[in-house]
Structure formats: structure tokens, C-alpha cells
Design a protein around this ligand. Sequence first.
Ligand SMILES: *Cc1c(COP(=O)(O)O)cnc(C)c1O
Length: 354
Amino acid sequence: MRILRATSLTLGFARRFTTHTRPNLLLTNPERLLALLTNPRMPVQLILAGKANPSDVAGQELIRRWIHFIRQTPARQHVVFLSDYDMLLAEHMVKGVDVWLNSPQRPWEASGYGGMKVLVNGGINLSELNGWWAEAYTSDVGWALDESSDGSDILETDDVDANGLYDILENEVIPEFYNRNEHLVPTTWVGRMRKSMARLTPHFSSNRTVREYTRQVYLSAASAYLARTAGSGAIGVRMADYQAVLAESWPLIKFGNVSVSTQGSSQTFDVQIFLHGLDPSLVKLELYAEGVMGSEPVQIELKPVRQTDRRSGASIYSASISSSRGSTDYTARMLPRFEGMSLPLEEPLILWQR
Ligand SMILES: *Cc1c(COP(=O)(O)O)cnc(C)c1O
């Protein structure tokens, strides 16, 4: 028996078989799927792969249902299930498929990077707008399963999504693949493939990821590590000393009076604080206000202006800001300050004005 033809449109689906990846979405309406696969003028074939976790009974059942579907003629000439999905098998698949299908249930997809692997091989993605595809998709580089939805995380029913998937395949993907010029080249398809490769591969690749992680995280972590281990861990010793000082003085530190005076469109906060002998350069005082309508919170550093009482150690810190927001929106707070320390990660102290 002949299975698979080099000239047929080839769809690939390879993912973990589990409920949220919905590997069986295409099976929702088996008659409709069969009609798409076996259209004699525009035949389609499907290559499936994926494992289910040994403890995921529902996932195993999804594989069984595909096997059952494939066993019936005429599906068996158009669908294959490849067992033992691994990186080598994935390598063959991403080289060979025309379209990479991904139909997870929104919003459960974290990334779904399988689709990125077909890009450089000229495969085109047809996916739910979730995970990476929500960032990468434009209508000229591939297809989106739920383009008509507003992108919010609504759990659509499988039926709605399955019909959307059949519709896109029937009305867009399959006709575009078989729309050939006089040299039998599917020019629109090739144009989409070129755009997908040119536009998406620079951004959605492990080269870019590793380069970005290296620049933003690994290199600074490596130099911080070198700095900390230098001189038998001199910085580490200073940090430990600093933390011991904080542990001792922090519980004694208290906010005193906070007064606000308004002149025209500006308001001045004078914040009294009792540092109990703690070196002021070791802490940072600021005014904090929640962001408005989803904007970032406001943090304004307070500067020391004078020491009011040498004996008690009460100091005045001050900041002048616009009076566009009421003074009660702001709360003074004190945080540790130590060059080279990851804060608040390494020292999560914070003291709020009462
Ligand atoms: C790429 C790949 C995955 C991950 O693909 P997703 O689309 O993120 O699920 C899993 N297993 C193998 C063997 C792969 O090659």
C-alpha cells in the first residue's frame, strides 16, 4: 500500500499528547477531516508524533483515538503516526512538513517552541494565537486559528476552534498550496514562506535566545561572581557585615512625623526618621505611590536635608513633587542600599511609614 506522496500538502503535528495541547482537535469531526484529506484534486496528508506521559491516561487515550482513525480506509493513505517522538524524529519532521499545526487550548500554552523549528526549514505555522505565535503572527507569515477572537484568554469550546481549523484549511491553506503558476510553482505560498523565514527566524531562534540570555543574564552573573570571589571573597565579607549591621539596627529604626506643604503646583514632603546611628548611606528613603490605571508605581527618592537632633539621631529627608496627585497617595518607605547587591533578592527588608 502506498502511503504519503511527495506532492501532497503535508501537515505536521508533534507535541506531547495531553489534554491542553489538544492533539485531537482535528478529529472533532472525522468526516470533515476525511473529506479534506481525500479530496482527489487537492489531497492532504498528516504526520503525527508525540508521547503521552505514562501517568496521563487521558493523553494515552488521545493517541488511541488517532490510531483508531488511521486504521480505517481511506485515512490510512493520508495519515501516519510516528512513535517515539524525539529530537531526531523532530529533525526529520520539521524538514519535511509544509505546515506545522499547533492547536493548544488558550491560555495554557507557555511557548510551544516546536513551531519555531520549522521556520528555517520553510515550514509555515498554523496555530492558536497563544504562546510564541501570539507574538510572531502576522497574516502574511502564517495562519492564526483564532484571529477573529479579541485575544483575551477565553476558553473557547473545542467545537468552535475545530470548525475554525477546518475552515482555514479548506478555504485558505489548501487552495493556496495548490494554486500553481504555469511552472507549477505555488507563488503565493512561496511568498508567505519567504516572509516567514526572513522575518521570523532572526527573532524566534535558539541563537537569538542564547545570545540574549548571555548578554543580559549570564555575562553579568559571571562578572558579579568574579567580583564577589575576588580577594578571597572580600565583597562577600562586606555584604555579610552589612547584613549583620542591618539585622541589628533595622528593628530600632522608626519613622517620625511626615509633613506636607504645598506651594502652587508642587508639594514638599518632609519625612522624619530615627536611624539610631545607622550610616545613612546604607539605606535609601523614597516616596511610593501605586500606579494609576495600570501604569508603573511611582518611586521618588527622598534626600537627607538636615539632622534635627544629634542625640536621638532623628533626620529629615525631603522631596518636592508635583501636586497633581494627592499627598495621601504617597507612603514613605526605607530600603537597604548596597552597591553590587541584588536587592531586594538578597536582602528583602523594607520599612513602611505608619
Ligand atoms: C521541539 C520538541 C519539543 C517541544 O515542542 P513544543 O512545541 O514546545 O511542545 C518536545 N519534544 C521534542 C522531541 C521536540 O523536538
